[in-house]
Design a protein around this ligand. Structure first.
Ligand SMILES: [Zn+2]
Length: 88
């Protein structure tokens, strides 16, 4: 018996900007949660803080620092930081 459900995967979030990279699973496993942040623009995308800072992919907003997953997120964050910087 095979129960076959047609799982149509939707990658809807991929069209807002080009997003071809992600931290490798090994890197994320090695990095503690203190070293990893979630990209405020691409929610659910983890960012290694040190790497983001080296690449200039972070923003300071209202005294808080936000780490971005890629260059595409910089202008998006700059355009409406108050929208992305919803802190808890
Ligand atoms: Zn991004």
């Amino acid at each position: 018996m095979t129960t076959h459900h047609c799982g149509a995967h939707s990658h809807a979030s991929e069209n807002h900007h080009d997003h071809s990279h992600a931290p490798s699973p090994e890197k994320l496993a090695a990095a503690s949660s203190e070293k990893v942040a979630e990209c405020p623009v691409m929610e659910g995308t983890l960012v290694i803080k040190a790497e983001a800072e080296q690449a200039g992919l972070y923003r300071e907003y209202q005294g808080k620092r936000y780490w971005l997953c890629c260059e595409g997120c910089g202008p998006l964050f700059d355009a409406s930081p108050e929208e992305y910087a919803h802190s808890g």
